[in-house]
Design a protein around this ligand. Sequence first.
Ligand code: P6P
Length: 353
Amino acid sequence: KEAQAVPGGVMTLSRYMLDQARINTDYQDLEQLMGSIQYACKTIANLVSRAGISDLTGLQGDGGSVNVQGEEQKKLDVISNDVLKNALRSSGKLGVIASEEEDTPVLVEEAFNSKFVAVFDPLDGSSNIDAAISTGTIFGIFEETEECIVDDDADMDEASQVCLLNTLQPGGSLVAAGYCMYSSSTILVFTMGDGVNGFTLDPQIGEFVMTHPNIQVPKRGKIYSFNEANSPDWPENLQTYVTDLKNGDGESGEKYSSRYIGSMVGDVHRTLLYGGIFGYPGDINNPNGKLRLLYEGAPMAFICEQAGGMATTGTQRVMDINPEKVHQRVPTYLGSAEDVTELINALKKEKAE
Ligand code: P6P
């Protein structure tokens, strides 16, 4: 990969969004929103890269801080959440935001002409921070369905109810989705419904530079990415599917490799570029698995489908699910179209006699 040259230099994310807004005025508001998001991602990238230097590793408080998921919050979870919230607020384009780190969606008073709703996981995979393993920010953008009026004489309870409904939209209603991966390099990948593009942060100029135009997931891969420690609790036909991949007994006849870093953004990014299948299955202990629909499953499904891949719960498209709760979980499998199709068929097979 290399920086995409254009007359006068390289194609940056800012320039790309300006071009898109010039071509299609519908993108003008998104252009401003993406400006806030990329600013937040640059800030988080800097914090993450200096975590061990500036005492930002470890748990929030004395370790007593637990989020609505029941997970211990890392210092950087809280800081990243604040950075993203403040950046999105300053865009003035958002009426409400939902975050993994917030018990309930947050109403944005500053929204003078709110049009959008943002859902995000500010620092996914943060348990890896102390070991300097890849983490990432995942975001999704919806348009408001109900006018979300938050002004001095608004009845806050009523406004809250209306505004909160705006966050409970299916992945199919996303107008944009993306992630920023903080790894050996910082890469922002996103879609606005017309393909997927990737931009690498060039620290020398402080700009995201287009390095991965029009990402296409290979139709078939040779990598499966699951937490196999949970396999005894998986449905039997899923266990058989993975065993066949290990033995070269799957549809392609290829013997697959296993890659799993326990950070969704890193595992999904590798799957997008190299192909194969990533998944967090439901099991007997957690029928809906672990990944949250609103700000993990749906945005990643949108990106994957826009890159020519597939994303399923095992029985239906992830993007078809109407969320009932902000933090609801969903079994999620995504990646190469042929691999995901093979998985769907494997899950239909009756239990081996
Ligand atoms: P496990 C991180 O906490 C996360 O939400 C995803 O980033 C990741 O894919 C998954 O959980 C890892 O979960 O149970 O395999 O450690």
